[in-house]
Design a protein around this ligand. Sequence first.
Ligand SMILES: Nc1ncnc2c1ncn2[C@@H]1O[C@H](COP(=O)(O)OP(=O)(O)OP(=O)(O)O)[C@@H](O)[C@H]1O
Ligand SMILES: [Mg+2]
Length: 328
Amino acid sequence: METQSGLEQRVSAPRYCLLRELGRGTYGVVYEAKSRKSGANVAVKKLRCDAPENVELALQEFWALSSLEKRHENVVHLEECVLQRNGLAQKISHGNKRSKQYLRLVETSLKGERVLSSPDEPCYLWFVMEFCEGGDLNHFILSRSPDPQTNKSFMLQLTNAVAFLHQNNIVHRDLKPDNILISHASGSPVLKVADFGLSKVCAGSRNDAEGKEREDNHKNVNLNKCWLSSACGSDFYMAPEVWEGHYTAKADIFAMGIIIWAMLERITFIDAETKRELLGTYVRQAGGIVPVGEALLENPKMVLTTEQDGPSRLRLKIVTPPLPCPGG
Ligand SMILES: Nc1ncnc2c1ncn2[C@@H]1O[C@H](COP(=O)(O)OP(=O)(O)OP(=O)(O)O)[C@@H](O)[C@H]1O
Ligand SMILES: [Mg+2]
């Protein structure tokens, strides 16, 4: 059994006590837990690191959150990340080349083949984060009556969070109300951007003393020139260029616009899978609804307006100008 430099601890003396399940995503489960040492409540996200695609998502989340040198009050704080395997737990840190386990995780993701765990001895990454007890933005907004003050404050908080991430070269790529959580720890509601599983850290490069090119996350990177192509995100919040597969950090700004618009006007749709009511804008077309980004891709000159629909809620009406005649 591999042990390394006293960094590993037996899992038989766990430092957190799991209290309840908070949410379950495609690749992991999130629990509310209590730190045995401080007594503080935390959220822990457990990701199974067997298949390379799971490892890739886990590492993307880890790299984004651990690349942040400063804390921002509107970005969920990662307290630590622990790798669990063979009954041992090891805290991992960004680029820790002393840790064979960490290097194997990177190898699993890069090679696209299972090198770390077998089905009999699963390996997990645990993300210990600050706990946001107020639920997500959908729940928070839709369970209360409209409040312009809260809307204004959330708009500011969300834009601050995205500006901070972009200043730190992080493109989130999955901004949506489900991934925006609320904390009441300081009294008034504080919004926290979470779920960095699809995020991308756009690193620059610099030459080191020997003239070799090295990756450097802290170099000033022009994020608008960092082109991405993976189809990422959730339909209703995806910019037209994401649908096309050639986009930059501006895709986060589009998603943010959709979220803010939906929040201000309380525009919702029902998610087909979960049947939950979610905040998000869309276009009505041929009796169905189409995400705004997808509709804009087909018709970039589309005019968007809102109209009163029902006594208390504003609904979005999209006026689609006729497409130009062929040859015209
Ligand atoms: N720090 C936190 N505090 C409180 N609840 C949290 C926290 N992090 C996550 N959750 C809950 O767990 C859910 C899933 O978390 P997250 O979005 O990070 O995981 P995921 O596996 O990517 O899920 P999905 O694929 O569905 O987006 C969140 O929607 C939220 O309800
Ligand atoms: Mg999520």
